[in-house]
Ligand binder design. Sequence first.
Ligand code: ATP
Ligand code: MG
Length: 417
Amino acid sequence: DWMEADATRAVIAALTAEGGEIRFVGGCVRDAVLRRPIRDIDIATHDPPERVTALLEKAGIRAIPTGLAHGTITAVIGKAHFEITTLRCDIETFGRHARVEFTNDWTLDAARRDFTINAMFCRPDGMIIDPFDGLADLGAGRVRFVGNAMQRIEEDVLRLLRYFRFYAHYGRPPADIDALEACRIQAHKLADLSGERLCGEVMKLLQAPDPAGVLLLMQGHHILQHLLPEARDFGRLRVLVFLETRGLVRPNVAPDPLRRLAAALDVDARGTENVAKRLKLSNALAERLSALAAPPVLPDESMDDKAARRLLHRVGAPHFRDLALLAWARRKAVGDRMTAAETQRWISLLDRSDTWRPVELPVHGRDLIALGVPRGPRIGVYLAAMERWWEAGDYRASRDETLDRLRELVSRDIETS
Ligand code: ATP
Ligand code: MG
């Protein structure tokens, strides 16, 4: 479908307008063969980056130099992004500092790629060029390094993680023994990877259909210990994935890598911080992870309405939902078989978050100022006290009642001071 899309046609037309030759490559070819949705479109071309830029601009397409050192230009049309990379081969590789040289040879470009299933080309006419038998591997669920696994990981240790990421999404057991062994031997080098590179792969791995199975495989080969030793709760992760994907919960919950990571972590708040640091998570993501992995309160299926509303008010509906899923997964992972009634109660707990509407304390700082309280920290102290009172009354107090209570508080303080 995407090959027929207007944006794709426009990019093809621009890049081939003056006789240039292009091929699609990587994930979009692999996923098109499997008829899976694609993430981004990678294009390989003979033309050097400057010429790619000129051709795109001539056609009125925005061209952004996203990786000039690697010869990558991103073409942007509306929401569609195309990564256009000049054919290259890696001359000497020292980790990620490969010395890149442009080439005219499609097969050399394929040979620098990581796995056979990622080294397939597709011409604009739909013809697939498959130099390393990637199609057969894809069909058989084989994730196979292009060349020697040991050497390819030596060149770039990120490929070790990518191996498990692609195995998680495209592989079928048994995993390749030589590849696993090469990964085991070089797993200690994972510590050298930057957080950003680690994070991208880990998040993609966690979105796989059975991330717990792959983490277990990594643990069995002493690899996970070098990456995320805190990820130990495979049982809970497995149940969470089951809950997400079995349609028990409506509306369907999308696989959420951070929630899945939280499910697998067996740590306190401090441990969660370490994980966030190692993965270089943004502040917002780090906070979310710690709120999920080491929460002060967890919802519970036996919670009464009032307690549920209180938690909903404190954390908001989306977070409540996440916490409820995690709590449910924990219970199911450690407990005995769940009765139908118990399952139903968990489902209603989640439903509650759908129907809940945020409520807001009906008095504000300006009301305090009108009562003569000077601007400053006292205002916050009063508002916090009012919030507690309002919560104790189950958020039912009207504005008038709340104002009365506020006047009472303020005048009492004036008397005692
Ligand atoms: P996704 O669906 O996640 O986009 P992808 O296969 O397109 O999967 P990318 O990370 O977008 O993966 O990389 C695009 C292509 O570049 C890969 O298919 C592979 O051919 C090549 N590639 C990417 N990273 C590496 C690497 N570290 N070593 C060798 N080749 C790589
Ligand atoms: Mg891609």
